[in-house]
Design a binder for this molecule. Structure first.
Ligand code: SF4
Length: 355
């Protein structure tokens, strides 16, 4: 029971479930001592929507859903495999809040807020390090940057979760992007349909609709997240003509089995959500328990490709040197876990794996 509702009641009415669980309820459902949550949230926020906590309660304190948000003291410990700025996001910012690794697209860090804080998040160091979100002046700088760089066709709103912004703010961003002639489409990366499906309202969908084609990249990691409420949110986007795809992260103890991967991608295909990327986990400080090795991930991916009845995602590694995402199957292993990727232009990236 979460805040007076049974799990069954919560799932049935999930599209109407709003709000966030109180901390005692989080600790009880996840079976975490209060002092652990109190210590961990000083480093990275702990917040559970009531909807998603009911899902964790339904599946149990050791379930995939629970594990993705369960505070652990290991988050406070430096691991030898940690990489500061693990995908070079902080080194490739031509203007504040903009990450650029490719000529034709940029990521815009619209906010640091999320409905739920995934313990594996590769941007988990961001909230304590920088301002929460762009001011109006920052946005003017961002729009000016896009106007000055017409090769950029696709701005990607990321964060944090862009769908924590208000409908008005999102509509304002959209209308500004529409006035930049070189921008041909835009994209939003969000886990709101997963954690907080009540956010997917008709008003939100209307705010996002306009002259520019929009692609929503959602982030379901496990089939247990594909609830009736989550599916309804996706269907609402699709009914409005948005293209919806999914990217997931391969996570130890969450979805690193053939059964979990098959159920996830087949479940998504059944609701018309395309498979985009399966990300190898990025090694930010605090997420060590979620990591898998390249060898284990590749073995699982090969199995998935062999048995999957639907189109599997691309299994990718975002390189620590800032060269972007590359297919894991194209890495070559030298020795002692040192992998290389040949970009074909004389540059070779290296990746030291950790068992
Ligand atoms: S929703 Fe996305 S940005 Fe937010 S904590 Fe989870 S992975 Fe990180």
């Amino acid at each position: 029971m979460v805040d007076g509702k049974t799990t069954a009641e919560t799932d049935q009415t999930a599209t109407a479930v709003t709000g966030f669980a109180a901390r005692p309820a989080i600790n009880r459902v996840l079976d975490v001592p209060a002092e652990v949550t109190d210590q961990v949230r000083r480093v990275f926020p702990v917040q559970w929507p009531r909807y998603y906590l009911a899902l964790a309660e339904q599946h149990g304190a050791d379930s995939a859903v629970a594990r993705m948000g369960k505070p652990q003291l290991s988050e406070l410990v430096q691991d030898p495999g940690d990489i500061a700025d693990p995908i070079a996001d902080q080194r490739q910012r031509p203007v504040p809040f903009v990450v650029q690794k490719h000529a034709d697209r940029v990521i815009i860090l619209t906010t640091k807020k999320c409905h739920f804080y995934c313990r594996f998040c590769f941007r988990r160091e961001e909230p304590v390090a920088r301002a929460m979100e762009p001011t109006d002046a920052d946005w003017e700088t961002i729009f000016a940057f896009l106007r000055a760089n017409p090769a950029i066709k696709e701005p990607i709103l990321s964060g944090g979760d862009p769908l924590t912004l208000s409908d008005e703010r999102l509509a304002w961003i959209r209308s500004n992007l529409e006035r930049i002639p070189s921008v041909t489409h835009w994209r939003i990366h969000s886990r709101a349909p997963v954690h907080y499906p009540a956010r997917v309202t008709p008003a939100l969908v209307e705010a996002l609709q306009g002259a520019l084609p929009l692609r929503l990249m959602c982030h379901f990691n496990h089939a247990d997240e594909l609830t009736s409420a989550g599916r309804a949110g996706i269907a609402r986007f699709q009914a409005a003509g948005l293209t919806v795809s999914n990217q997931a992260v391969l996570l130890n103890g969450v979805n690193d089995t053939l059964e979990a991967q098959t159920a996830l991608w087949q479940g998504l295909a059944e609701i018309g959500v395309g498979a985009h990327h399966l990300h190898h986990p990025d090694r930010v400080t605090g997420n060590a328990p979620f990591r898998v090795t390249i060898a284990a991930g590749l073995a699982l991916y090969r199995e998935l490709c062999a048995v999957s009845v639907v189109k599997p995602p691309s299994y990718v590694l975002d390189l620590p040197d800032g060269c972007g995402k590359v297919p894991v199957r194209d890495l070559t292993r030298n020795d002692d876990g040192l992998y290389q990727y040949d970009h074909g232009d004389g540059h070779i990236s290296q990746y030291q794996d950790w068992a």
